[in-house]
Design a protein. Structure first.
Ligand code: ADP
Ligand code: MG
Length: 450
């Protein structure tokens, strides 16, 4: 059979990218049309398209030009191909019983964790999109397994449940099972002890979607790995879906080679630490969920000081709610500060407001407060203002930009310049140095201002 143009392009592409990449991203596309200028390819879904285009759009384009020997464009068309998949026989599998709502089948899913309350940020966008694509796809072989990896408290378990819940919602007759790898291991051990290994494997092999959380836990548990390997193969062969999470890339867990290579044959997506804006969005969402009005400065304060981990962020929020109801006090910065000190056990940046800084500088430099905010360029005013900017940068949790805005709508580069000027002057002038240090001490002293 003669190849179409896309077939020829693929033959070249196959020699240029890793095999896994080829299978995952090029093989699923087929040619829809071809004319003098345009090659049109069929792609299975939006997620696939976005990722493929941004990563491989160029190599496809240039390979196409090479193969066809003329300048050509590639166009993509997203075709959701239900009919093809629906008619596929379920290979080797027992006829499907009409299980209503997974009767008699415990899914272990926690309904609280959904896609809709999973806040999206640059750190988890791809993982979330892949997860949604898995749920929406009729093709069970696409991204199978899906492996989500990332550090603690970054939302892997949340995402695992969200996938299970959504899948169950769309496929109410299918069986979903969520299990942590600890639980899998424990169940396996007791099954062996009770001579029920057969029942054990039946249970797992009956699922349509098996979600195993934290597979790094299988490390050094050779027999459990072996059992899981067989479960995995059985499901995979029968076109059932498998979703896994791990705290590090699958290749680095130290599992048996054959198991690792199964994982690597799927789609790997990572979740990293959320940036400041995502942390703020998560805090807002969590406080809304609990029906609490959370002042924005408190949210910003928490998001600034807890950087790595969403579980801690949420822990701080819960504690804050508890403190405020116990102490019958409002949720404010002071309370947030106290909570953070309890949690981290170390001094966080003290809460100093820029008003505090200006007040102290005004006193110490003998300059009116209004002048510090103002535009005046008289030397002692300018110096007091620069010192106030420097102290704000050192002591408050405001960004350079907001410090600039606060000091009479100045640019952030003005703040940087001010900080440099003050540091140089502190180096050169012992008396000035002592004055600034005294201000620093006074402002960040043990007494908390309100
Ligand atoms: P992991 O399994 O990676 O250790 P979890 O899924 O248990 O992390 O997440 C810890 C907590 O943070 C959970 O309460 C979860 O709901 C919350 N969380 C994590 N990521 C998000 C997110 N993107 N949006 C909303 N909540 C999140
Ligand atoms: Mg987890």
């Amino acid at each position: 059979m003669s190849q179409d143009l896309w077939g020829s392009v693929k033959t070249v592409l196959e020699t240029r990218v890793a095999n896994q990449t080829f299978q995952t991203w090029f093989q699923p596309m087929t040619q829809l049309a071809e004319d003098q200028e345009v090659l049109t390819l069929k792609v299975p879904n939006q997620f696939f398209y976005d990722w493929m285009k941004s990563h491989y759009g160029e190599i496809i384009q240039s390979t196409l030009a090479e193969v066809s020997g003329r300048p050509m464009r590639v166009e993509y068309s997203i075709v959701l191909d239900d009919s093809e998949n629906q008619n596929q026989p379920e290979p080797f599998y027992e006829p499907e019983e009409p299980v209503v709502k997974q009767q008699g089948f415990e899914s272990n899913l926690n309904e609280q964790f959904t896609f809709s309350n999973f806040v999206e940020g640059p750190n988890n966008q791809f993982a979330k999109a892949a997860a949604e694509a898995v749920v929406n796809s009729n093709d069970n072989n696409m991204y199978n397994p899906l492996v989500v990896y990332g550090g603690v408290g970054l939302g892997k378990t949340h995402l695992m449940h969200a996938i299970g819940n959504a899948y169950h919602q769309f496929n109410p007759t299918k069986r979903v099972l969520y299990i942590s790898s600890e639980k899998f291991t424990m169940d396996f051990i007791s099954a062996i002890r009770e001579n029920k290994a057969g029942l054990f494997s039946q249970r797992y092999r009956k699922t349509d979607l098996l979600i195993v959380d934290d597979v790094q836990f299988f490390r050094k548990k050779e027999r459990t790995q072996e059992e899981f390997f067989h479960t995995f193969n059985d499901l995979h062969m029968n076109g059932k879906r498998i979703i896994l999470s791990t705290d590090r890339p699958p290749g680095e867990i130290g599992l048996q080679k054959r198991l690792t290579s199964r994982f690597l044959a799927g789609l790997m997506v990572d979740i990293t630490s959320p940036d400041f804006e995502t942390r703020v969005a998560i805090l807002r969402q969590k406080s809304e969920e609990s029906g609490i009005e959370m002042p924005y400065d408190v949210i910003e304060y928490l998001a600034t000081n807890i950087e790595s981990n969403i579980r801690e962020l949420q822990g701080a929020l819960i504690r804050l709610l508890a403190y405020s109801s116990l102490a019958k006090s409002d949720i404010n910065l002071q309370l947030a500060h106290k909570v953070l000190m309890d949690i981290t056990g170390k001094m966080t940046k003290p809460i100093v407001s820029m008003e505090d800084v200006i007040g102290q500088c005004s006193e110490s430099f003998g300059v009116k407060k209004d002048d510090i905010y103002g535009k005046g360029r008289k030397q002692e005013v300018a110096l007091a203002r620069q010192a106030a900017m420097y102290l704000s940068k050192e002591l408050t949790h405001n960004s350079l930009k907001s410090i600039g805005l606060f000091f009479g709508g100045r640019d952030h580069s003005t703040v940087i310049h001010a900080c440099k000027t003050i540091k140089i002057k502190m180096d050169e002038d012992d008396i000035f140095n002592a004055e600034i240090k005294a201000l620093l001490r006074r402002l960040s002293g043990p007494v908390m201002r309100s």
